[in-house]
Structures are given as structure tokens and as C-alpha cells.
Design a protein around this ligand. Structure first.
Ligand code: PXL
Length: 277
């Protein structure tokens, strides 16, 4: 495996199995040196917990960026996910400009909503700002809600392939090279991931009735790890989707565990699988 250096910028939700607390262990387990830039520190994630605390790190981020510039630190991969503030978007773009190697990979998971709704912390101004990030990305990993928000498309529960292709085309028109669109379901019992790179592909798998927070972050991190380990796009998409399903199955029988999924016990066997060609 090549020694790729990743920087991920997203929040730290101290409790709740999402964002940096899943991205860092997953990418590290793949063997990649992974640096973090926390956009904010929250006591928990914002979905399902009441009264969570938020400490925005906007004032600290430029100091960190400037220190890295002085140290001559560079990254091969920049992966942004849940950020929190419009200001963070400018910082991510500055990092892309100044700290990402010229042939580096910029991956954006435009985390801002699910099930047809924006997360409570966000508004239209934030969506506009995320559009600016998406336009600069090499790979984006939106769910269907986020893809609708990005493209000003009405969110539907029931739709056909043409609806999805229209969304993909609008994203392409924004300048994105590779689109990994998650949560696409044409039939009652199946769901899957649409990939658009040079061609349109669909990985369909069975639908598990229960959904959990943080699975999008597990998906994006495990996809990225597989892709950087030189698996092709389709294989990386399949591996990530299958891993998320296994994580959900590993959690579903525990009524006390409803805020995230128990991915940790499965991580080492998943990484072993990743080594097989
Ligand atoms: O998993 C996405 C996510 C990340 N970070 C925070 C969140 C959420 C989803 O709700 O609230 C703070």
C-alpha cells in the first residue's frame, strides 16, 4: 500500500459514533496516516440527543492552517464531512489550495441532512456554501436528501431511474468528476448506491428496516479507505455498503444502542477482507 497522507476535516461529536470518532479509526485501520482538523466539538451528535453542547473552532482553524503551512506539511487526500458553519467552507477551500498536493484527491461528503430534511443546525446559506465545496471536489458522497438539496430538486420517497439520472446530471453540471449517491431505492426491499464516473452503475442490496446515525460517516470512511487501497470504485462502494449493513446487523438486537452502530468489533475482520483481491 502506498503511504498516502489523509487530512479529514469534520466535527468531533464526543459521544455518538459519528464523524471523526468513526473516520479516524477506520482510515487508520486501513493503514493510512490520518490527520484531523476538528471544525467544532460537540458533546454528542445533533440527531436524537437533546441539549447537546457545541464549541465552534472557527477561530482556531486559521492558526492551525498557518502552522501547517510554516511546517511545510502537505496532504495527499482531503476528506471533508460534517462541518457546522459557513466559515468552515472557506477554510476547507483554503486547505485544498495550500495544503493538498497538486495531484491530491479532494473528497466531499456534503453532510447536511437525511430523510428529506436538513439537520437542525443548518439553513439555506449553509447549503449554498456546501455547493461551493462540491464544485471543487473530485469525489462527492451525498445521500439522496443531500443530492436534492444541492441540485434544488424536490425530495421524493418514491421515484424512478430517470429521477435519479436527472439529479446525477445536475451534479455533473456542477463540475463533479465522480458521484457516489447513497440511499437509492427503487424497490420496497432493496436499496443501493449509484456511482457515476465514466458510466452509470448501481450496487443494489437488501434494505434493513432500521437506520442509525453515523452510518453515512462509516460508509464514506470505509469507501475512501478501500478506494485509496486501490480497489476500483464499484468494489469500494460494495465493500463499504456491505460493511455498513453488517454494522447495523451487529447493533439491531441491542435496544439500548440507538445512537450509532457497533462497528468496532467488526473493523479488524473488515480490514482483513480489504486485503483480498
Ligand atoms: O453523522 C453525521 C453527523 C455528524 N456530526 C454531527 C451530526 C451528524 C448527524 O446528525 O449531528 C454533529
Amino acid at each position: 500500500m502506498e503511504n498516502k497522507k489523509i487530512l479529514t476535516i469534520q466535527d468531533i461529536s464526543c459521544y455518538g459514533q459519528c464523524s471523526i470518532t468513526v473516520a479516524l479509526p477506520i482510515l487508520s485501520a486501513y493503514g493510512f496516516e490520518t490527520a484531523i482538523l476538528p471544525s467544532a466539538v460537540l458533546s454528542t451528535h445533533t440527531a436524537g440527543f437533546k441539549g447537546f453542547t457545541v464549541h465552534d473552532l472557527s477561530d482556531e482553524i486559521p492558526l492551525i492552517i498557518n502552522h501547517w503551512i510554516k511546517e511545510g506539511i502537505k496532504y495527499d487526500v482531503l476528506y471533508s464531512a460534517y462541518l457546522g458553519e459557513v466559515r468552515h467552507i472557506d477554510y476547507v477551500l483554503e486547505i485544498k489550495d495550500k495544503l493538498l498536493n497538486k495531484d491530491g484527491l479532494f473528497v466531499v461528503d456534503p453532510v447536511m441532512g437525511d430523510n428529506g430534511k436538513l439537520y437542525p443546525a443548518f439553513n439555506n446559506e449553509y447549503v449554498d456554501a456546501i455547493r461551493r465545496l462540491v464544485k471543487e471536489a473530485d469525489i462527492i458522497i451525498p445521500n439522496l436528501t443531500e443530492a436534492c438539496l444541492l441540485t434544488n430538486t424536490e425530495y421524493r420517497e418514491v421515484y424512478d431511474e430517470q429521477y435519479i439520472k436527472d439529479i446525477i446530471n445536475k451534479l455533473k453540471d456542477m463540475g463533479v468528476r465522480t458521484i457516489i449517491l447513497t440511499g437509492v431505492s427503487y424497490k420496497e426491499n432493496t436499496i443501493g448506491v449509484v456511482i457515476f464516473d465514466k458510466e452509470y452503475q448501481y450496487y443494489e442490496h437488501r434494505k434493513i428496516s432500521r437506520s442509525y446515525h453515523g452510518t453515512g460517516d462509516i460508509y464514506s470512511s470505509s469507501f475512501l479507505g478501500a478506494y485509496l487501497s486501490n480497489h476500483d470504485l464499484l468494489k469500494s462502494v460494495k465493500m463499504a455498503a456491505d460493511f455498513v449493513m453488517r454494522c447495523i446487523e451487529n447493533t439491531i438486537d441491542d435496544p439500548n444502542h440507538n445512537y450509532g452502530v457497533k462497528f468496532e468489533p467488526l473493523l479488524s475482520s473488515f480490514i482483513e477482507e480489504n486485503k483480498k483481491r
